[in-house]
Design a protein around this ligand. Sequence first.
Ligand SMILES: [Ca+2]
Ligand SMILES: [Ca+2]
Length: 296
Amino acid sequence: MNRLAALVALVLLTGCPLLFPNAYPTPEQGPEGLGTDRPHAIVIGVSGHPLSVSQNPNTENLMHRGTLGTMVEVLSEGNTRLVYAWDHADAFYSMDSQGNFLTPFDSADFVSFGFLHLVSDMQFIRDEWVDGVEEPTRVIVVGHSHGVVWAHIAAMLVPDLPIELMIDIDGTVESWDGFGPTGLSVDGFDQVILDYSYTVNAGWPFEVWMARDAWEIPGQSELADIEDVVPANVITNLEIRTEGLLLNDPDPNVRIDGTSDGIEVFLSGEGHDESANPSSDAMTWVLNYLVYQQSR
Ligand SMILES: [Ca+2]
Ligand SMILES: [Ca+2]
């Protein structure tokens, strides 16, 4: 079934727009077991699956290789401020140690967190740490590769969560859906999302499975990929584009209204994978930005 046919079928099946369940796991089920005291800031990581790190897509490698830790170090100002880092894998579902596909509403020992958890985490942060709070938690999102696709979709699904900073490290939709030209791996996440939507009768405010060539932007002749469209609730976007040979982000980011307001760009000569290492040129630029922000 092609994407257009799938969309038509879904509309016929549901008949009316449905909503993603606006709920989240209890705090005891919260990500990483890091506690639920309201932090000064939270770094929400969304990993890709770089080939040089692991062939298993369900690894939260931004956490494992220390990238998130370097950001926490800056934001916590010598451990004087409480800062959490929650990472998510390049996956739609969360998983337990047996590799079972899980949603945030399952009772299980999660070992990795996917897109559904990412959305529910953002809802939790909005409701518990931001809405009506005098000093709301600062929200920083960082994605790499496919993680940028997931991060942009999730941010658009929780439009009332202000995101102070969204950091896009070489975001790409190549091989995310079933239409990738690289031949390296084609994840087919568009079909995974459609299958889930049929199974639980879930609905979305926009066609979230249509990540590639899906967004009409004023002033642009070609439709934009979602990882190149900066969600309206993002205050500042740091976009890193590399010269990776097999994978890179060739598309400058843009706002939905066609402007580039609040978008800062770093062009890196590094490879796609290495750009997300904690000591990369790209991350050095990000950390310097954070230090500068902290000093203001
Ligand atoms: Ca793109
Ligand atoms: Ca881009």
